[in-house]
Design a protein. Structure first.
Length: 443
């Protein structure tokens, strides 16, 4: 038992890169600052890419990622190292309910925001239930593991990428052959960084690949005169400091029915984060699982209330922790404060808005593909047995429901492909799962 809500953060001085700094320990001042900046760089690529794909303000997304991380920090009592960034799980639902075409700001953003808030509320309620059960019995996460075993969570995560595949392909093709070739060039840039780079550059494959693709695109367009050149006028005229663009939520039942099921995906993501950090630190963090869900849910509600994207714990930052062996939660406070400062810079936002459309299209192919493979990776890591027919049927049906965008409508309540796949996977597994007492094993 701990004697205070927050740790005391004992100061340590690692003697080598192999030494581990635990969540309740801290580094020196400049080291904390450097590590915080590194975590900002790690989350940066994905946190700005998600709002761009949905037509949200990237400046506001960066700002709310910092605020959301601080909210999460308070809920878990500073005991779970995590950074909260823009969630890709919302992209399919947001595009579906707003009809966003992938160019400029999303004109129907309010409809998506209302649904994101309700999704965050549902997520928060799940967290409160788990928190209460953990406080009473210490096993609040058991029912989640039974409801969503790896075969279910893997299928749900994979469906997100498959459902978005048509959007990625359409954005990559653009309006000309040149645009399509530039999108494929972007894919090669990211792939080259992922395979041939080393160290931290390799871990920042999304950001470095994006920068490299933008440079090459500028050479072909601004330099050689092919295609539409990059417009830098907005960067030159933007102020260094200013407020991001806020938006008012609009609550519509149809939009809620499409986006609220994303809460199940966020639970699976956060559950995986806690398990991963527990394994790396050697500390059992399951007792903070309910707090983590609730903190993530509240952060999503706050973000959606002002016009930001839904947020989630970031695997990119887990990668940084794994590479550095530094898990101090104070580092994430520094990272959050840096992100908040960037969020108040319109010039930074104008720089993001200048990213060419074909480059974003190519990035969409990579990111959505990685999401799909992340689902398959859950199956591999957890050794899901596909010789069991119940696992085979659950995964197969879920993938097709999501990829085919199978939708159901009950008056004002409607589920799109991601929603039907999510609930379908959970219900199908519950119905087909054999009782242990029967000892069934499908050939």
């Amino acid at each position: 038992m701990t004697d205070s809500y927050f740790p005391r953060w004992r100061y340590v001085r690692p003697s080598s890169s192999a030494d581990t700094v635990l969540p309740d320990e801290r580094l020196g001042g400049w080291q904390n600052l450097a590590m915080g900046a590194q975590h900002v760089v790690a989350m940066f690529g994905s946190t700005i890419l998600a709002p761009l794909l949905m037509g949200f303000d990237p400046n506001l997304a960066i700002l709310m990622s910092g605020i959301g991380t601080l909210i999460f920090f308070v809920f878990v009592g500073g005991r779970v190292p995590s950074y909260l960034g823009s969630s890709f799980a919302f992209i399919g639902g947001v595009i579906a309910v707003t009809g966003y075409s992938g160019a400029g700001s999303n004109p129907n953003i309010g409809v998506a925001l209302g649904a994101i808030i309700v999704c965050g509320l549902v997520y928060t309620l799940i967290g409160l239930v788990v928190w209460f059960m953990s406080a009473r019995s210490g096993s609040g996460a058991d029912w989640i593991n039974r409801l969503m075993p790896p075969v279910v969570t893997g299928a749900i995560v994979a469906v997100i990428g498959l459902n978005l595949a048509p959007t990625a392909a359409k954005g990559a093709m653009g309006g000309s052959t040149f645009d399509a070739l530039m999108a494929l060039m972007t894919v090669l840039c990211v792939g080259g960084v992922a395979v041939y780079a080393r160290g931290m550059v390799q871990r920042l494959l999304i950001l470095v690949g994006l920068l490299l693709a933008c440079v090459l695109y500028g050479i072909f367009t601004n330099g050689l005169g092919w295609g539409e050149p990059i417009d830098f006028s907005g960067i030159n005229t933007a102020a260094w400091l200013g407020m991001p663009g806020f938006h008012t939520p609009v609550f519509q039942p149809h939009a809620m029915s499409v986006i609220v099921p994303v809460a199940i995906i966020l639970v699976a993501e956060n559950l995986g984060h806690i398990k991963a950090v527990s394994a790396m630190t050697g500390q059992d963090l399951d007792r903070y699982l309910g707090r983590a869900f609730a903190g993530d849910g509240v952060a999503t509600m706050v973000s959606g209330a002002v016009g930001g994207t839904g947020v989630t714990t970031y695997a990119e930052n887990i990668g940084v922790m794994a590479a550095t062996r530094i898990y101090s939660t104070l580092v994430f406070v520094i990272a959050a404060l840096i992100a908040i400062l960037l969020g108040f810079s319109p010039k930074f936002g104008a720089l993001i808005q200048a990213i060419p459309g074909p480059v974003l299209g190519g990035m969409s192919i990579v990111v959505f593909g990685l999401i799909t493979i992340a689902g398959a990776r859950i199956w591999v890591v957890n050794q899901v047995d596909f010789s069991r027919n119940e696992n085979l049927i659950v995964a197969a049906v879920t993938l097709i429901l999501g990829a085919g965008n199978f939708s159901l409508s009950f008056g004002t309540f409607q589920l799109d492909g991601i929603g039907t796949a999510t609930f379908g996977a959970i219900l199908l597994y519950a119905l087909l799962r054999p009782r242990q007492s029967k000892g069934l094993h499908s050939a």
